[in-house]
Design a binder for this molecule. Structure first.
Ligand code: ARG
Length: 246
C-alpha cells in the first residue's frame, strides 16, 4: 500500500514538473515574457508586476486554467525567448510588424499605440520634421528605434536598454528628443520635470501578443480569449483603469 502511494506521488510529481516547465497545455503554467520598464503596460510596483499587459495575461491564464509566470527580460530578448520555447507568450506593448512576423505569430490586436516625441519644455523641436539632424534617444529594438534609424539615420539615434534611460539622457542633454510609445511617454513626462510630449503623432501601431510559430493551438486559444474580452467589455475596463481619458 505504502509503495503504491509513493509511486502515485512520483507520477504526480513528474506530471506536475512536466506541465510546470513552460508547457502550454491546459492546467500548466503560462510563461509570459515581458520587459517591465514600460508603464502603463508593464512595470514593477513594489514587489509586484502591474499594468495592462499583466492584467490581460492574468485574464488569459485564468480563462485557460493556467498559472501565470512572468519573465522580465530585455525587450530584444522577448522574441528569441518565444522562438526557443522559454516563454509561451510575449506581451510587452509589442507592435505587430511584418518583420517580427517572420519569427513569431501575433494574436489579434488588443490595444493601439502611437510613437510620440518627448522633448524638453523649452525645445525648438515641434514636429517629426524637426528631428532631422538632432540626436534621438530610443529604447533598443523597439519600433521607435527602427523607424528613427530609417528616417533620420543610425548616426543620429542612440539606443538605451530602457525607456527611462533614454529619458535620463534627454534630461542631461545627451539627446535632444526621445521617441517612444505615447502612453509610456505620458507616464515618463508625468514622473519627470521639464519635459513635454509633442502633440504630433509620429507612427500609429497595433499591439499584439507574440506566440511561437509552431504553437497554433495556443494562438487560437489566446485569440478566443481576446475576442471574448472585447465582447464582454473586460478588455476595455483594463485599458480604462490604466489610461485615463484627458
Ligand atoms: N511598441 C514598441 C515596439 O513594439 C515598444 C514596446 C516596448 N515594450 C516594452 N515593454 N519595453 O517595439
Amino acid at each position: 500500500m505504502k509503495k503504491k502511494i509513493l509511486a502515485l506521488i512520483m507520477v504526480l510529481a513528474f506530471a506536475f514538473a512536466m506541465t510546470g516547465c513552460g508547457g502550454s497545455g491546459s492546467g500548466g503554467t503560462l510563461v509570459m515574457a515581458t520587459n517591465a520598464t514600460f508603464p502603463p503596460y508593464e512595470y514593477v510596483d513594489g514587489e509586484d508586476y502591474a499594468g495592462i499587459d499583466v492584467e490581460v495575461a492574468q485574464a488569459i491564464a485564468d480563462e485557460l486554467g493556467m498559472e501565470l509566470e512572468i519573465q522580465d527580460i530585455d525587450f530584444n530578448s522577448i522574441i528569441p525567448a518565444i522562438e526557443s520555447g522559454k516563454a509561451d507568450v510575449g506581451i510587452a506593448g509589442m507592435t505587430k510588424t511584418p518583420e517580427r512576423e517572420k519569427n513569431v505569430n501575433f494574436s489579434e490586436s488588443y490595444a493601439t499605440g502611437i510613437q510620440s516625441i518627448i522633448v524638453k519644455e523649452d525645445s525648438d523641436i515641434a514636429s517629426p520634421d524637426d528631428l532631422e539632424g538632432v540626436k534621438i534617444g530610443v529604447q533598443e529594438s523597439t519600433t521607435g528605434h527602427i523607424y528613427c534609424e530609417d528616417d533620420y539615420g543610425a548616426d543620429n539615434v542612440i539606443a538605451y536598454t530602457a525607456g527611462a534611460n533614454a529619458i535620463e539622457a534627454l534630461k542631461t542633454g545627451k539627446v535632444d528628443a526621445v521617441v517612444i510609445d505615447n502612453q509610456p511617454a505620458k507616464e515618463f513626462v508625468k514622473a519627470n520635470e521639464g519635459l513635454k510630449v509633442l502633440d504630433t503623432d509620429y507612427v500609429e501601431e497595433e499591439y499584439a501578443i507574440a506566440i511561437a510559430k509552431d504553437n497554433e493551438e495556443l494562438l487560437e486559444k489566446v485569440n478566443g480569449v481576446i475576442k471574448q474580452m472585447k465582447e464582454d467589455g473586460s478588455l476595455q475596463a483594463i485599458l480604462d483603469k490604466y489610461i485615463k481619458a484627458e
